[in-house]
Each structure stands twice: as C-alpha cells, then as structure tokens.
Design a protein around this ligand. Structure first.
Ligand code: GDD
Length: 340
C-alpha cells in the first residue's frame, strides 16, 4: 500500500486530499498540531468511515519547526509521497505575523528538504506555492510558470523562498520536488476569515432572516477563484509524472470581490445594489433597501495584490487537468452548503 504524508491535513486542502488519496487506496499519514481546542472537524468524517478502516489514516502530533521530531517522524513513516500544505496562509495576517508566516511557509520547507535528502531518494514532494508570489505582475496578465516573482506581502516572500528552494534541491540534489503555484481555491471548508467564506456565510444568514451585515475590505480585489477539491486532484497528478516540474493551477478567469458577493446574494434570492465609493460603499437589498454589506477600513491590507489571474495551459497540456467550477457557480455552491 502506497504511503502518503500530508502536512496540513486538518486544513481545507489537506482534508480534500486525504479523501482523494484514501479513495485511491493509499495509507495516509497526517501531521497535526496539538492545540487545547479540537481542530480536526474537516477530517472527522474520515476517521469514523468504516471503509477507511484502522491503520489507513494515521495522525501524528508534530510541529513543522520542531526539526528533530519532524525529521524522526519522516524517517519512521518513510512515505512514498509528501504533500506539504501546512503553514499560516492568511495574506492579511502575514503583515501582523511576519515571523511566524516566514518560519512556517519558508524555513519549514528547508527543514523538510534537508530531511528528504536522507530519505529514500524515490520519495516525491509536492510543495504548496501561491499566486501571491506574483504580487504586482507589472502588466503580465495572465501569470504563468515563467512570470517574474514580485511578492507584495510577507506571505508571498516566504512562498518565493520556499519555491526557489524546491527548485534548487531538485536541480542540485536530484530530489523529486514539484511546486504547485495555486491561485485562490475555495470551498465550504474554507477558513472563515477568507473573503469567499465570509461572504457565503453572511449571505446564507441574511437569507435566513438574520439582520446581519457583512463587513469587508477591498471590494476591487480581483482574484482567480477555483474549487478546492479540483485542485487537490492536480497536486496528486503532479507527483505521478515521470519528471518533477512546476505548474500553475488556476481557472484563467477572474472576478472582483464585489462580483463574488453579488453572485452569492443572487444565489440565495437576495439581489443587491452597490452604492457609494471607497470606505463609504455599501450593498443594499433591492427589495427593501436594507444594508447587507459594508466596507470597513479594518479589513484593508497595507498593500493588496490588485489582480491575479493564472494561465493553466501547462497543467492542462501535461497533467490533463482543467478547473471546472468558478465564478457564480462557485458562489452558489458555497452558499448552498451554508444553508445545509
Ligand atoms: N480575507 C479577507 N477578508 N479578504 C478580503 C476582505 C475581508 O474581509 N475584504 C476584501 N478582501 C479581499 C482581499 O483584500 C483580497 O483582495 C481578496 O479579498 C481575497 O482575499 P483572501 O480571501 O484573504 O485571499 P488571498 O487572495 O489574500 O489569499 C488566498 O489565496 C492565495 C492564492 O492566491 C490564500 O488562500 C492564500 O493562502 C493563497 O496562497
């Protein structure tokens, strides 16, 4: 039975990837952080699934930057495939927590690569990289694997460090390391402080009759939003190739935060109109004029990537992968899930 090791198994992508690998017959080992509050809700259904059976899903306590124990764990598991997904992934928060962001997204990759040098050389590694490496792409639209990096926040800087190290260890030590440069990918399992989940949760509450108001930051932020379960399929495909390489994972289409919110409200039968500008902007219900969304300076970042759009042509040609769900369909899927 093939063994996979997932860091970040309790996160959105980790949980979907664990499902995928278990369905393919893998034994899945996951790294979990000890916390006083229980944090495994995204994988609980797998732990009680009798088809998974005992021994096919194994969780290990660990910390990415507890180097010796992490090293020991990797050698004990001896996985055929490692998916490194863990790390502080909130871009806005990375301005407040730059050190932990860089330790978890940058230095942890280095520790992992160093440990891998001593593992069986057939071990394959997927590194979760991000479109935030492009930050300000200076007219390069869409961005692909050759677009120069220009990160605009500590998170993007850490991901550049991680990605470049992955390439260096591939070239200089012959390790099988793939960088997946993933653009935004969302789902009902998205963390509650990412914009699509904030919107879908808020729209569902408002449709249910709550007098809630969604507070957001930059409504002009334009992102290439895809559907997370489709992206973990591409991660797996990368590690099944004959040769390790880097791939952009994206839909190739963008929407503004404002458009995503309008689509979410439309999906629950609460069409809205946006009025005003900048921090004065609000969205009002078309039926009774009530404010359902307002802009708050609290959620603005010191600098925000204006528009990120990926070119997934290489992933399509070489992995046979194509994102299917995006835009209004994604917004509808997410609000429907909130409504249960
Ligand atoms: N989080 C958040 N909260 N973002 C807001 C809000 C808000 O209240 N209001 C507006 N936004 C805008 C942000 O300024 C940004 O332009 C856009 O919504 C998307 O923000 P996020 O959902 O936080 O995602 P992100 O694009 O910064 O980063 C995500 O995608 C990256 C891949 O491109 C994260 O998942 C990263 O970890 C990932 O690498």
């Amino acid at each position: 039975m093939k063994k996979a090791f997932i860091t970040g198994i309790t996160g959105q992508d980790g949980s979907y990837l664990a499902e995928l690998l278990l369905a393919k017959g893998y034994a899945v080992h996951g790294l979990v952080r000890r916390a006083s509050a229980y944090n495994r809700s995204r994988i609980d259904h797998l732990r009680t699934d009798e088809n998974v059976g005992s021994g096919r899903l194994v969780l290990h306590y660990g910390e990415l930057n507890d180097v010796t124990s992490f090293h020991r764990l990797l050698h004990k598991i001896e996985p055929a495939e490692i998916y490194h997904l863990a790390g502080q992934s909130h871009v806005g928060l990375s301005f407040e927590l730059p050190e932990v962001t860089c330790l978890e997204n940058g230095m942890a990759t280095l520790h992992l690569l160093e440990s891998m040098r001593e593992l069986d050389t057939s071990t394959r590694l997927y590194l979760a990289q991000s479109s935030e490496i492009f930050g300000a792409p200076e007219g390069e639209d869409p961005q692909d694997e050759t677009t120069p990096v220009a990160p605009r926040n500590p998170y993007g800087c850490a991901k550049v460090f991680s990605m470049q190290l992955g390439k260096v260890y591939r070239e200089s030590h012959g390790l099988f390391v793939c960088n997946g440069i993933a653009f935004n990918h969302e789902s009902p399992r998205r963390g509650e402080n990412f914009v699509t989940r904030k919107i879908s949760m808020g729209a569902a509450r408002i449709a249910a009759g709550d007098e809630a108001v969604i507070e957001l930051g930059n409504l002009d932020g334009r992102r290439d939003w895809g559907y997370a379960p489709e992206y973990v399929e591409a991660m797996w495909r990368m590690l099944q190739q004959d040769r390790a390489d880097d791939f952009v994972l994206a839909t190739g289409r963008t929407h503004t935060v404002r458009e995503f919110a309008a689509a979410a409200f439309a999906a629950v039968g609460v069409p809205v109109d946006f009025q005003g500008q900048g921090v004065e902007e609000v969205a009002r219900r078309r039926d009774n004029g009530a404010i359902v969304l307002r802009v708050s300076p609290r959620y603005f970042r010191p600098v925000d990537a204006v528009s990120l759009r990926g070119n997934p042509a290489k992933a399509k040609a070489e992995l046979g992968w194509k994102a299917q769900t995006q835009g209004a369909d994604l917004a509808a899927l997410m609000v429907e899930a909130e409504r249960g």
